[in-house]
Design a protein around this ligand. Sequence first.
Ligand code: ATP
Ligand code: MG
Length: 464
Amino acid sequence: MLKKLFQSFRSPLRRLPLQRRAPEILTSRQHSLHRDDISRNAVNVVQRLQQAGYQAYVVGGCVRDLLLDLDPKDFDVATSATPEQVRAEFRNARVIGRRFKLVHVHFGREIIEVATFRANHPEDDDEEDANPLASRNESGRILRDNVYGTLEDDAQRRDFTINALYYDPASERILDHTHGVHDIRNRLIRLIGDPEQRYQEDPVRMLRAVRFAAKLDFEIEKHSAEPIRRLAPLLKEIPSARLFDEVIKLFLGGQAERTFELLLEYDLFAPLFPASALALERNPEYAGQLIRQALANTDDRIYAGKPVTPAFLFAALLWPALPARVLELQDRGMPPIPAMQEAAHDIIWQQCQRTAIPKRFSIPMREIWDMQERLPRRHGRRADQLIESPRFRAGYDFLLLRESAGEQTGGLGDWWTDYQEADEAGRRAMIRGLSSSKDDPAARKRRRGGRRRRSGGDSDAAAD
Ligand code: ATP
Ligand code: MG
């Protein structure tokens, strides 16, 4: 009891109750959103919950995006029903998540995410220790977030004002508790509540601020921007699997280039990619050019509706970190090719401590890198074998990326471009041409008279 009293003296600001007020209500004539813009399935979920006597709204990013005339990525629903009550209403529903319990209602390929209204966290640690629904760590980070609350509570616990708009498809009204519509009009990303505290509760909100600023071309409001640089190191505490998901959203959302500049501006890149940040510091021109070009290509591909893979993205983000590590190992006496293999392994391992890279991406990523050692070795049937490899295209694209950043490869990219376009006779001539040129390291080795041993560190054998 006494401790509680002291705590309230120590941090009076943090304990001030949030100012409550009635939401601003926008009728259908006061906003541009129309029921037909909303996914049929989301409207059905809301209607069904309302008919069962619960409150339910379409909420979050989809309302924001529709007000901005953008295509929503997905549709989220917020309701007064608990996850179990939601599940009971739908045959096609599954409760997911532990840190944050949700219900996924499945309609073929579309999933409508239904979240129960939640309250902000009680800040009293004594009480929380025993609370199975909510918990924080020492720095205030929320570890569990399953304290349910009212609609008003739910609006206050959301991250940004522009994400806290509730749309009722039945009345076509928007409920705005946080001046979100005003901030959308003024193109501002503004945290709800005290920015410092809200970032401490969940440091990923700093990444979300940057992501939305880039995606929507909004500005981060000055009080919401101010603490970011100072608090950026808190990202190191976030579980690596969650950070991987966030990185994917940051760089595969179609605005990777702009996002990257903002991450740098707010010192958020280094805690995500420490080795790449160091490479950028040591060699800003080359590393910056390579990463920016890779991100620009990614944005172009997304814009053109072409597939993009995290493997290529991570290969590019981390490639500039390789040379320093290779040199370090060579200085310790390791021969070049094993040094390259070891460095690749180390850099990926280190990165996985920050952003867990699932094997389905780290393996092809490694293959793209290995391909860089194989592409110069074109003699005999090697070029044909390489071109047949499922990783050839990515490896070749990566080679062009390296060249565009100023890496000297002796025209290797052009050679491969020509080779792909050449007919059989043309290809044979190109390979013969190599015997007399000094381009092919394998040919060079043969000329030196050394017979290649399988264990001799040739990348064909060393690729794992
Ligand atoms: P998009 O789906 O376009 O990336 P979104 O705003 O829908 O954007 P989601 O990650 O789908 O983002 O989250 C849905 C909603 O949940 C958000 O709009 C926001 O209201 C709330 N939310 C998500 N993450 C957080 C968070 N870390 N802290 C507080 N609220 C959050
Ligand atoms: Mg969403």
